[in-house]
Structures are given as structure tokens and as C-alpha cells.
Design a protein around this ligand. Structure first.
Ligand code: NAD
Length: 368
């Protein structure tokens, strides 16, 4: 193996991603490797102006390191905006472990990862994300105290999903108020894509309010049990994008709002839990607006889980976390009004507010 890559290899492989790191203004990116446990991980700290960078660790079988780096840069930046718009004293960070979450997990791997997290002295606080279980996080916590979102039995704040679902529900109501003049979702046709931890609780809130709910999920057992429990209709596969609905709630994967889907959508609101719903946040946010579809920015309305975890960092009560989550209703309404008065999309309006807060706090910190 060559010790040093030649100039051409560097230019071809790394430049776009390294440039992205600088363009997106990341503070620090840490590459972690431990041969004996098989750990390969990347920790990205995007911005710590408001506080320590908090964001989950994802374990995913990325096809190569560049894909992993790209993902962690994208996700950590999103966490900065999520914390800022939610008024939290937290920065944005995220970590990815490269590997198969079914076959490559071990105590040694997670404890070694915990040591890397610890070496950052609290600048990065980790939590669970896709592919990671409470048991894995328990191993991480043996090596560092900078872990959040542990189960209640281990002194943590427990499963964030119900709080996330409540925030999404609040954001959806704010969108209904703007689009229909009333936030009552009774009789509204709402389609929830993905009825996992967040999606199912959202279905519960919507059903309680009398919405006409349709669900979709690739897990057939899950879709059958949720449909039976709440008496919902079911839509299969990609037919969801042509479904007759008032509100589309993506609660499964990101990037479902793209060139292929937006032209087909027959809804007037999009409000869901999935991260990074817009395949391109500028182009697709704009296209939704042109088509008269009101988009509730995902990083704003799915912040309930982060707010719940924040309890552990700032020591706020469960009741206060619920108040902050309920306030997503007001913040979402403010964003829609700003979008209307300035002509920018709700996504851009939300990002502007998040950035303004960071810049303002950076200024006062510099004089303290
Ligand atoms: P989950 O894994 O519990 O549920 C996701 C569900 O989506 C699963 O039931 C899965 O089968 C289904 N799914 C996957 N691909 C699908 C597809 N193509 N079509 C339909 N269904 C599909 O995850 P979750 O915790 O409920 O989170 C849902 C989304 O919300 C994720 O994008 C997550 O990143 C985001 N989110 C979650 C939280 C939280 O607190 N859990 C917080 C913020 C954001």
C-alpha cells in the first residue's frame, strides 16, 4: 500500500468533500480508527457557538469512507440549525460508525468509540441514532460521560420519539392554521409515511383529533398492526405520491421531496418527522412553494427529541421540555409569516433565523 496518495488521487477523491467541510463551516472533523475492535468512525463538529455539539451516532454500512464523511457533514450541520431554531444552548454535531449494525457490533468497538468521544472533553455529546441500540450506548457510556438520551433506567431521559411526534403534530397544526385558517385537523386527510417510533405516535394524535389517516410502511407487519389499532387506510409503495391527501407526513426516510415526487403530490401541506426531506433544500423548497404546498421545515418541527435530550444537559424538567416542544407551534407560525412577508421559502426563513441567533450570540460571547 502506498503511504502517500499522489496529487491526482487526492484531487479526484477528496477535494469535493474536503471543500464541503470548509464551505459548510465545520469546526472540527475527527477520524477514528481502532484495528483491534474494527472501529472506523467519523465525528463531525459543525458549530459550538451556542454550546456543546450534540447529535446522535449512526451505524451504517456505507459503501466507502467518502459517503460516510458526506453523511456526517450533512447531518451535523442540520443539528446546528435544529438546536438554534429551538432556542437551545447546544451546537451541532454528529458521528457515524462505518459498519454493519447486524454483524459488526461489539463491546470493545463501542467502548473504543466512547474513548474517542471522551477525548473531545465534552465538546461533542453523543446519543443514539439509526443502527444504534440503548445497549450500545451503555457501552459508550462506560468510557465517557458525554452521552445523552440513555434509557430512564440508566438515568437518562429515555425514548425521545413520543416527544418528537408531539412536536411534529404541533408543527402540522401550525401549518393547517396558515393554510386553512384553522389548526383543527379533524376531517383532514393526512398520510403518514413510516409508522415506526415517531410515525405511530403521530397517527395516535391525528386519530384522536378525528383526522382521516392513511399510512404506509415497507414493514408489512407494522403497517397491519398500526392500521388495525387506529382503523386507518393503507397505501402501498410509491402510490403514496399520487394519493388524495391534504397533508403528507414523511416519517421514514429523507429526500422524498425531489424531482420525481413533487410534481405528483396532491397535498397542500408537507409536515413530517424525517430528517432532510428536501433532496435539495433550495430547489425543492422553492418548487413546493411555487406549487402552493406549504412545507414545514423538518429540522424545526422534529426537534422535540433533541429538546427532550436537552433535559439531561441543562437539567430542565420534563414539563419544561414539553412546553418548549409545544412552542414549535408558535415558531412554525412565525416562520410561515416571515416566509410570506419576505418571499423566501419556509426552509430558507427558518435557516436565516437559526443563523441570526448564532451570529448574535457569537457577538455577545466575544465581548464577555
Ligand atoms: P423508525 O426506524 O422507528 O421508523 C421508521 C419506519 O419507516 C419503519 O417502520 C420503517 O419500516 C419505515 N420505512 C422505511 N423505509 C420506508 C419507505 N420507503 N416507505 C415507507 N416506510 C418506510 O424511525 P423513527 O424513530 O420513527 O424516525 C422516523 C424518522 O424521523 C427518521 O427519518 C428519523 O431520522 C427522524 N427523526 C426521528 C427522531 C426520533 O426522536 N426518533 C427525531 C428526529 C428525527
Amino acid at each position: 500500500m502506498k503511504d502517500v496518495l499522489d496529487r491526482e488521487e487526492l484531487a479526484v477523491d477528496m477535494n469535493p468533500v474536503i471543500s464541503k467541510m470548509f464551505n459548510t463551516e465545520h469546526e472540527q472533523v475527527v477520524f477514528c480508527q481502532d484495528k483491534s475492535s474494527g472501529l472506523k468512525a467519523i465525528i463531525a463538529i459543525h458549530n459550538t457557538t451556542l454550546g456543546p455539539a450534540l447529535g446522535g451516532t449512526r451505524m451504517w454500512n456505507y459503501s466507502n469512507e467518502l459517503e460516510a464523511l458526506n453523511d456526517v457533514l450533512r447531518l451535523s450541520r442540520g443539528m446546528t440549525f435544529k438546536a438554534s431554531i429551538s432556542g437551545l444552548n447546544l451546537g451541532g454535531g454528529k458521528a457515524v460508525i462505518i459498519g454493519d449494525s447486524y454483524t459488526q457490533k461489539s463491546e470493545a468497538l463501542f467502548r473504543r468509540f466512547g474513548k474517542f468521544v471522551n477525548s473531545l472533553s465534552g465538546k461533542y455529546i453523543t446519543a443514539e441514532d439509526v443502527g444504534i441500540s440503548p445497549k450500545d450506548m451503555e457501552w459508550v457510556s462506560m468510557e465517557t460521560k458525554h452521552v445523552s438520551g440513555l434509557p430512564k433506567s440508566l438515568g437518562g431521559s429515555g425514548d425521545p420519539s413520543p416527544v418528537t411526534a408531539y412536536g411534529v403534530y404541533m408543527g402540522m397544526k401550525a401549518a393547517a392554521k396558515k393554510q386553512y385558517g384553522s389548526d383543527n385537523l379533524g376531517g383532514k386527510k393526512v398520510t403518514v409515511q413510516g409508522v415506526g417510533h415517531v410515525g405511530e405516535t403521530l397517527v395516535k394524535h391525528l386519530s384522536n383529533e378525528g383526522a382521516v389517516v392513511t399510512i404506509a410502511d415497507i414493514n408489512q407487519e407494522r403497517v397491519a398492526s398500526v392500521a388495525k389499532l387506529y382503523g386507518t387506510q393503507v397505501v402501498e409503495g410509491n402510490a403514496i405520491y399520487d394519493w388524495d391527501m391534504d397533508i403528507y407526513a414523511p416519517c421514514a426516510l429523507g429526500a422524498t421531496l425531489n424531482n420525481n415526487t413533487i410534481e405528483r403530490l396532491r397535498c397542500s401541506i408537507v409536515a413530517g418527522a424525517a430528517n432532510n426531506q428536501l433532496h435539495d433544500e433550495l430547489i425543492h423548497g422553492q418548487r413546493l412553494m411555487e406549487r402552493g404546498v406549504l412545507y414545514a421545515p423538518d429540522f424545526l418541527i422534529n426537534a422535540g427529541g433533541l429538546i427532550n435530550v436537552y433535559r439531561e444537559v441543562e437539567g430542565i424538567s420534563e414539563a419544561r421540555a414539553m412546553e418548549l416542544t409545544e412552542n414549535i407551534y408558535n415558531t412554525t407560525g412565525d416562520i410561515f409569516n416571515r416566509s410570506e412577508s419576505t418571499g423566501v421559502t419556509p426552509q430558507v426563513a427558518a435557516m436565516e433565523i437559526a443563523k441570526d441567533r448564532i451570529h448574535a450570540i457569537a457577538k455577545i460571547k466575544s465581548v464577555l
